[in-house]
Each structure stands twice: as structure tokens, then as C-alpha cells.
Write a protein that binds this ligand. Structure first.
Ligand code: SF4
Length: 381
């Protein structure tokens, strides 16, 4: 995979180098994506953007309380080829306090003074009491300055909202898979019901209660054709309040799901257009996921001795490199008792995003969105 990606727009051009974006005069990029920028200029720009990133005071922690789920999405990346979900048995010797103690020590070693925590599952709301316990324990060691929940939205109710408020978790990501009929084809409850209407009700409830809702629209070669009608329905039912944003996420191939059409140029054009339509309809949008250099897992697995910048932890006390491998058998890269195990990095270090050379179309799609937004709407995400 080339180090530098570049594309010429109508008014400006965009250059991406190691996950960092630089807007340059249009003619510095050729029609076929070559750039006239000298390597030392790119390196200088890159080092300046790295300096900005390193100033974050919070250690990013992703906590998986368990992997059970109340839905049966057809592409679920956590299900193995036999249809089984990750097992996450807690070693009785490992307590929540030991997890918190490890995280606080690790944060201090990294020069951090607070935590930022993301709760993920399976479906994390199935484990809300465990989350409460984890949060309380963390705050005994170091302040938590930001909690985020990634949920399918079906279990959002008054009681769970009460718990989320206790842990100050006011940013919630909820996934939708296209217009109602398409979404209900992918995202069914265990008894086979489509979850779309319940999710819309959950979003409304969260917004009324003062939460910030980030809607992640999963995009496949099927759902991409229903984006416009999804946005129409969202506008009718929800509008576009200030405390809601939308982004479109490209679904990776998984054990249970394969989509070859998503490699095509036509698909990429439709993906870019989804953003264009959302902006024109007045929705607040957020940056596409998987930019390729995730702050948690971005370091190449071959760099032994490296300290990860963010921690992915399951309630069993095991450490993983990335959300993508959390809970998977033999993919842990350490535990909260012994710390990280560099000997496991080579085999088990997984990175999300398009760094993987099988995902070149993701890089093209995401970067083309960034270019289009700046070029057509003067927006930078
Ligand atoms: S909601 Fe998430 S964890 Fe649950 S089945 Fe769907 S993709 Fe998998």
C-alpha cells in the first residue's frame, strides 16, 4: 500500500499521509493521484500534526463487560465461523479493583492523568450493573473525563438511562442499517423481529434526556441504496437536533458475511454521495470511522517493546490490541496482572482501518468523502 494517497478535487486537492490529511492547492496533485509535494514537506507536516495529537491527557480505555447480545445481525464480526460468540469467563482471582489499579498505573506510565472510557459489547446494556461497578472502581484511582457507550439501542429505557446518568455517560452511539425494511433484514432480535422502530424510539428518548447521539449507519452494497429514504425517515421522526450526528461506516467482511461489490468504484461513489445527501438535508455529520490510524491500535505489530496508547480490556482481565480482536480466542496481548506481553504482539496484534492492504477501497472511499466535504461544502471533519 502506498504511503501517500492524493486526489484532485474541483477547487482543492487532498493528500493523506499515514492517516493525516493535508489540503493543498489543486494543481499540486495530478489527475491520476500523483503529488508534486517533496517527501520532506510531507514529513514536516506529519510531525507537526503528531505534536498536536500527543497532548491528550486522558488514557483511552475500551471496556467489554461481556459479549452476549440481544440481536442476531447477519454480519456480526464477533461471531466465529461456527456461529459462536467470544467466551469471556472471568478468572475469579481477577477483581475489578485489580483492573482499575492496572489501568491507573498504566495511565501514569503514559503521562496521563484521567480516563476516557468506551463501553462496548456484545450489547453493553445487558451488563449495565457491571459497567456501574467498573466506573465506580476506576474513579477511586483516577478521574473519568468522558464515557461513551456503543449500543444497538434496543435496550435503551428509563432505567438504563438512570444508570448512564450516574456514570456521566452522555455520548451514545447507536447503529442503523439503512431504511426500515433493509435494517430489519440485517438487525433482528433473537425472536426474529426487526429492531428499526424500537431504535428510533430509543434515539428520541435519549435526545429528550439530554444525551448526545451519534448514529452510525452501517453501509453495505444493499443498504447503500436506501440511504436517502433512511434520511427522509429520520428527518420526519427526529429532525436534525444539535445533539445528534450521523456517520456512514463501511462494513468489513466477516466470518458470516462477504460483500464483493463494495470494492467497486460505483460503490465508492455511492458512499461519497451518502455524505453529500446527508449534508444537503441538514444533518450534522461526523467523520467516517476507520481512518486507518486508530489511537489505540495503530502501532505496527512488529515494533516489539512498544507501549499501546489506548487499552482494550475485557471483564476477564485480558488485554487486546483492538476492538476487532477483543474476546477472540488466543488473541489477547496481555492481562491486568502481568501487563502487556510483547511476545504475543507478532501473532495477535490486530489493527482496524485500512492499513490492511486488503482494504484499499476503504481508504479510497473514506478519503474521497473527506475531499468532497472540503471541496463542495468547505467542511473539515
Ligand atoms: S448488535 Fe453488534 S454485537 Fe449484537 S449481533 Fe449486532 S453486530 Fe453483533
Amino acid at each position: 500500500m502506498g504511503e501517500v494517497w492524493a486526489k484532485r478535487g474541483n477547487r482543492i486537492s487532498l493528500v493523506e499521509h499515514k492517516g493525516n490529511y493535508f489540503i493543498v492547492p489543486r494543481l499540486l496533485v495530478t489527475a491520476n493521484g500523483g503529488t508534486c509535494l517533496r517527501p520532506w514537506v510531507l514529513d514536516r507536516l506529519l510531525s507537526m500534526s503528531q505534536l498536536k495529537k500527543d497532548s491528550d491527557d486522558a488514557l483511552s480505555v475500551t471496556y467489554h463487560p461481556g459479549f452476549a447480545c440481544n440481536l442476531t445481525c447477519s454480519y456480526c464480526y464477533q461471531v466465529d465461523s461456527s456461529g459462536l460468540r467470544p467466551q469471556n469467563k472471568r478468572d475469579k482471582a481477577i477483581t475489578t479493583e485489580q483492573m482499575a489499579r492496572f489501568l491507573a498505573g498504566y495511565a501514569r506510565d503514559m503521562g496521563k492523568s484521567e480516563f476516557s472510557v468506551t463501553y462496548l459489547g456484545g450489547e453493553p446494556l445487558l451488563y449495565i450493573k457491571d459497567i456501574l461497578d467498573f466506573h465506580r472502581c476506576l474513579t477511586k484511582f483516577m478521574p473519568v473525563n468522558g464515557s461513551f457507550l456503543v449500543t444497538n439501542g434496543v435496550l435503551v429505557n428509563e432505567e438504563n438511562i438512570k444508570y448512564l446518568k450516574i456514570i456521566d455517560c452522555y455520548t451514545i452511539q447507536i447503529t442503523i442499517d439503512g431504511a426500515e425494511d433493509v435494517h430489519n433484514m440485517y438487525r433482528k432480535t433473537k425472536s426474529g423481529w426487526g429492531s428499526y422502530r424500537k431504535i428510533i424510539d430509543s434515539i428520541l428518548l435519549l435526545l429528550q434526556e439530554g444525551f448526545y447521539v451519534s448514529i452510525r449507519v452501517n453501509v453495505t452494497s444493499v443498504s447503500i441504496n436506501s440511504i436517502e429514504s433512511l434520511l427522509d425517515d429520520l428527518y420526519i421522526n427526529i429532525g436534525h437536533p444539535n445533539n445528534m450526528s450521523i456517520y456512514f461506516a463501511l462494513i468489513d467482511n466477516t466470518n458470516m458475511y462477504h460483500d464483493s461489490i463494495k470494492e467497486s468504484n460505483e460503490y465508492i461513489d455511492k458512499y461519497v454521495n451518502a455524505y453529500r445527501v446527508a449534508v444537503k438535508k441538514g444533518f450534522k455529520i461526523s467523520r467516517p470511522g476507520h481512518s486507518g490510524y486508530c489511537s489505540t491500535c495503530r502501532t505496527p505489530r512488529s515494533e516489539l517493546g512498544y507501549q499501546p496508547e489506548g487499552v482494550v480490556l475485557t471483564s476477564s482481565g485480558k488485554l487486546y490490541s483492538c476492538w476487532d480482536s477483543a474476546g477472540q480466542q488466543s488473541m489477547e496481548v496481555g492481562n491486568v496482572i502481568d501487563g502487556y506481553n510483547p511476545a504475543a504482539y507478532e501473532k495477535s496484534w490486530v489493527q482496524c482501518g485500512y492499513l490492511d492492504c486488503n482494504k484499499l477501497s476503504q481508504r479510497e472511499a473514506i478519503n474521497s468523502v473527506i475531499l468532497m466535504l472540503k471541496d463542495e461544502f468547505n467542511m473539515i471533519l
